[in-house]
Design a protein around this ligand. Sequence first.
Ligand code: HEM
Length: 183
Amino acid sequence: MSGDALSQQDFLDALIKNGSSDLQINMLLLELLSAGTDTSSSTVEWTLAELLKHPECIKKVEEELKKEIDQDNCQALINFWAIGRDPKIWEDPLVYEPERYLDSNLDFKGNDFEFIPIGAGRRTCPGMPMATKHVPLILASLIHFFDWSLLYGRDPEDLDMTEKLAQTLCKEQPLLLIPKAKI
Ligand code: HEM
């Protein structure tokens, strides 16, 4: 369900607000349920039965499907990495400046193609609802409860930021830090 769609609870609340009784609401839900089940299954059943009785028609469907589906699938790989570093889109793309997003209307959920950290379209990341909650929670907890420093008193300026391409773009050198509880 899209973010703009009514939740089931919103829908019920709206019905109640408009003065619908429990009985009317139950009737409506029952109607939606019955209208939405038999209709599709019997359409599929009848269509298949007719097609089986008319082999010339099913042949046409088969041919059309073959034409549309069995093409050599052109595979398009989108280079998120390059898009994120494109100076035509981003000012000083390599400068770490998270503030650049604060006053921006950029949508990170796949509607603005210059910023697609979790993909776009029907193959977009299905873990998005989870990731957008747990990543901020983990980072916020780590920063709120601990101060962090590098091993052997090293300067963060010297932190090795080399990338390594694995399934994701990892840090080549794992980040080893010393936590110090704030409280
Ligand atoms: C910060 C965290 C995450 C980032 C940045 C991320 C990013 C992405 C990206 C860029 C894609 C490719 C989308 C495309 O091809 O257009 C993807 C696909 C996918 N992600 Fe995530 N993801 C994250 C977390 C998660 C989590 C938590 C899960 C599961 C719980 C998950 C499951 C998947 C799966 C199954 C696909 C493949 C979808 C497909 O090919 O149809 N991801 N993710």
